[in-house]
Write a protein that binds this ligand. Structure first.
Ligand code: DGI
Ligand code: FE
Ligand code: FE
Length: 404
């Protein structure tokens, strides 16, 4: 006979107090397993603002991945209609008659337990473990427990916990105002939230967009997730790219869109970008692992495709190659590479060619402008001692040879 703890809830998102509640319950009541069971459609909660089932599932899986006694169950996610604990317990006790179930909940839920569907049935099928998270007085909890024991013969015990005031709602509010939540959630969960843009600009992001996002929504998403300086740079690149496109006979909207999105992965830190690539099955070279500044091109293309709904391969390729360039670039790839370097917000003192020279040349001769930029980049990287990506060197050599 196994003693199984059940952690129900929305987990929107899962956080450290959920995990410590589960762990305290497990050790204080010698549970063999604690099962995290997110609910699909909680009857008493507004569905708005709830991250999708698959996001909540993945966040839980990330959070419990290293804990040998924690498991995940999609029993409630799979059930159609409203989730009732009563139905879950009916299913579990019928299919696993040898096991004992301990339903873990926050002490505050004791107040409303009687309004759940068939409380008497629930009490007959499981022990209740109520955690006092410091938000309710000890007396109140004892009072409720006594009440349910007397009225229903309920088996209710308390989980002792240090008071911790963390709630999913508080975390969502912090995220919406751009605050860091890494002290409240396990690191992989924080990384997941940031990669997927949850609880912030996510209302505009669709899970698998079938059509490209409108430009006006792109502004909203990018300005919400990028730092102001980066966002302004992005606008500069988009405008410059559109101008270059007009002069060189490329599609202006295409160039503008690629410019807007070229740095869309830069809202993530280097470490987060590595984690995101693992999540997305994007392989990284050794040089990229060591120089995370090189990753955001390929990751950006992935995000542009999966979040912004960009299907245009030329745009995706221009985003992919904008940092290192490559030999034989397409017109659009050249335009984005150059626009990134020379947009009006850039003010570096580059050598041996000045920005003014590069800007002037780019409207006359793209290949020559590329050579000038690459010459400046390589000289700069050599001087700073940073390892130069072999791809950058290939690009440089190719466009230098073209000048002969
Ligand atoms: O993303 P941006 O800042 O707008 O510009 P970008 O995409 O060209 O990235 C510039 C960064 O990438 C900058 O920190 C230098 C770095 N970088 C570009 N090429 C190489 C490189 N870093 C190394 N180590 N090697 C390169 O070949
Ligand atoms: Fe970039
Ligand atoms: Fe850029």
């Amino acid at each position: 006979m196994a003693k199984i703890g059940l952690m129900g809830g929305t987990f929107n998102p899962i956080h450290n107090v959920h995990l410590s509640m589960a762990e305290e319950a497990r050790t204080q009541y010698q549970l063999d397993e604690v099962r995290f069971m997110p609910s699909k459609n909680p009857p008493h909660k507004n569905k708005q603002g709830i991250a999708s089932d698959s996001h909540r599932k993945r966040m839980i899986q990330h959070a419990i991945q290293d804990h040998p006694h924690f498991t995940f169950s999609d029993l409630e996610l799979k059930r159609e209609g409203i989730t009732f604990t009563r139905d879950t317990l009916a299913y579990l006790t019928e299919t696993c008659p040898g096991d004992q179930f301990y339903f873990i909940l926050g002490g505050d839920s004791l107040a409303s337990l009687e309004s759940w569907k068939e409380p008497a049935y629930i009490f007959s099928r499981c022990h209740i473990l109520a955690a006092n998270r410091g938000d309710i007085s000890e007396n109140k909890i004892t009072e409720w427990i006594q009440y349910y024991q007397e009225k229903y013969g309920a088996r209710i015990s308390e989980i002792q916990m240090p008071p911790q005031r963390i709630s999913s709602e508080m975390i969502r509010n912090k995220l919406a105002s751009g605050c860091d939540v890494s002290t409240y959630c396990p690191v992989p969960v924080t990384q997941y939230i940031r990669f997927h843009g949850l609880y912030g600009c996510d209302r505009l992001l669709q899970e698998k967009p079938e059509s490209p996002m409108k430009i006006s929504d792109m502004y909203a998403c990018l300005s919400a997730c990028l730092k102001p300086k980066r966002y302004i740079h992005t606008l500069g690149v988009a405008m410059t790219a559109a101008n270059l496109a007009a002069v060189h006979g490329c599609d202006c909207t295409q160039a503008y869109t690629a410019g807007l999105l070229h740095d869309c992965a830069k809202y993530l830190t280097g470490k987060e970008q590595i984690a995101a690539c693992q999540e997305a099955d994007i392989s990284l070279t050794k040089v990229e692992m060591e120089n995370t500044a090189l990753i955001h091109g390929k990751l950006g293309a992935y995000i542009a495709k999966t979040r912004y709904g960009i299907q245009d391969r030329e745009i995706l390729s221009a985003i992919t190659w904008h940092t290192t360039g490559k030999p034989k670039m397409t017109l659009l790839e050249k335009i984005i590479y150059l626009a990134d370097y020379m947009e009006p917000g850039r003010a570096m003192n580059c050598k041996p060619y000045s920005l003014a020279q590069i800007r002037r040349t780019s409207f006359k001769n793209l290949d020559r402008a590329l050579f000038m930029v690459l010459e400046c980049c390589v000289k700069y990287l050599e001087k700073s001692g940073a390892p130069i990506d072999p791809q950058t060197i290939d690009t440089y050599k190719y466009y230098r040879n073209k000048m002969d």
